[in-house]
Structures are given as C-alpha cells and as structure tokens.
Design a protein around this ligand. Structure first.
Ligand code: SF4
Length: 237
C-alpha cells in the first residue's frame, strides 16, 4: 500500500509538472525507452492505456488474462477479445458478444455476424482485412446491453486495442459502441450518416447488424453509410 501511494504521489507530481510545462508553451519532452517501459508497467493495475503505440494486441491480451474485473466474468464461457488484421485500416466495433460469440470466443459469428460479413463483402473487403471487436469482451446475460460500470471497466482495453492497431477508420455498430467512444448519448439515428472523430480517427456510426435483422428496412441507411466509407477508404471502390 505504501509503495502504491508513493507511485500515485509521483504520478500526481508528474501530471502537475507536465500541465505547468504545457501552460508555459513547452510542446514536448524527451523520454528514454526505459522510462516508457516503466510508464507501461504502471498502467497495468487496471485496463488503463499505457503509452499509445507502445504495445501489441498480444501484450493487451496477456494483460487482460482471465479477466474478472467486472461482473460479466461470472456468466461468460469465453472472453471475446477481438479478431482480424492487427494492422487493419478499418475496425468494426459492436457492443458485446452474444450467445454464439460467447461459445465460439470470436466476435460476430452468429446471424448478426453473417450479416456483417455481407456488409464487409459489399464494401469489397474480406473479413480478414478488418479488425472486429466489442465494447465489452464478455457476454451480458440474456443479451442485455452492457451496463455503465461494465463499459467503464472494459473500455480501456478496447482503447488500447485501437491504439495498437491505429486504424484510419472505425465503423461503430449500434448506439452503445458509438456512445462509448464518442462520449455522448445522441440516438444512433442522428449520429449515423457522417464522419465523427475519435482521437484523430474517423468514425462512421451506423446501425447494429442485429437491429437490421429485426428492421430490414434500415439496411438502405447502412448502405448509404457504407458508401460514404468506401468513398474515403483507400482500399475501397
Ligand atoms: S467484460 Fe471486460 S472487464 Fe468485464 S470481465 Fe470481461 S474482459 Fe473483464
């Protein structure tokens, strides 16, 4: 506890000093690789991100371990970490695993996943070209939406995955993923149809494939969103 409090004091001092330097107009500081390694280690108590770009997806998966950080661990079969190209230019992010995904340990493998595959085909990519993940990595019981405390606990790992992959574009599927990354609560029907920003990465929010299965008339709007994405995406049309 004493050591932990010491670290917290050091980090507080560091934060205060950096803020003062920023206020004084200093734009950057030198940092040795040893210091970066030390900062990474300090970030490992929770899911909080270490220095962006300094870790791989494997590092993040190792740190996640047999995660019991939130209550979703109690009912899961598998942690669904994410899958696809670790250097993807495009990421798809949904809200959480369903029953099929929980059993398989892979995101979007059920009926909604088949529809997502068709969407990916339609934009002339293969599933293996993109990276697919969710806001929470364990199945919410009864396929309910993830709760705020679960999102808060799990989201840092997704943020770290995004920082490791550094995609050009993210397509969020459904309101939960858009709200988690954008930090707002606007209805998805108002968020979709335009690019928004997440830490310099362009986000296209659109409807979740599971919602499309229940509301097939909304597929037209998703196709409009995909056309905007294709227009911008370097490997598109
Ligand atoms: S949802 Fe995320 S934080 Fe919660 S137990 Fe699963 S991996 Fe851990």
């Amino acid at each position: 506890m004493v050591i932990r409090n010491g670290f917290i004091t050091i980090l507080d001092e560091l934060t205060r000093t950096l803020r003062q330097m920023k206020a004084a107009g200093i734009q950057e500081v030198g940092c040795s690789s040893e210091s970066l390694d030390a900062l990474n280690v300090w970030g490992q108590g929770s899911g909080n991100a270490p220095v962006a770009g300094s870790e791989t997806l494997e590092d993040i998966r190792t740190h996640l371990g047999d995660c019991q950080r939130c209550k979703l661990c109690r009912s899961r079969t598998h942690i669904v970490f994410g899958c696809g190209n670790p250097k993807a230019r495009l990421m798809f992010i949904g809200e959480g695993p369903g029953q099929d995904e929980d059993l398989a340990g892979e995101p979007f493998v059920g009926a909604a996943g088949q529809l997502l595959n068709r969407i990916i085909d339609a934009i002339r990519l293969r599933r293996s070209d993109v990276y697919i993940a969710n806001v929470v990595k364990c199945r919410p019981p009864g396929n309910r939406l993830p709760e705020a405390d679960e999102i808060e606990t799990c989201l840092p790992f997704l943020r770290r995955q995004i920082a490791a992959i550094r995609p050009l574009f993210i397509c969020t599927l459904g309101g939960c993923a858009a709200h988690a990354l954008l930090g707002n609560s606007e209805p998805i029907s108002r968020l979709r149809g335009r690019f928004l920003d997440y830490e310099g990465i362009r986000i296209m929010p659109t409807f979740h494939p599971a919602y499309l299965l229940r509301n097939p008339e909304k597929k037209r709007e998703v196709w409009e969103d995909m056309k905007l994405l294709m227009k911008e995406f370097p490997y598109g049309v």
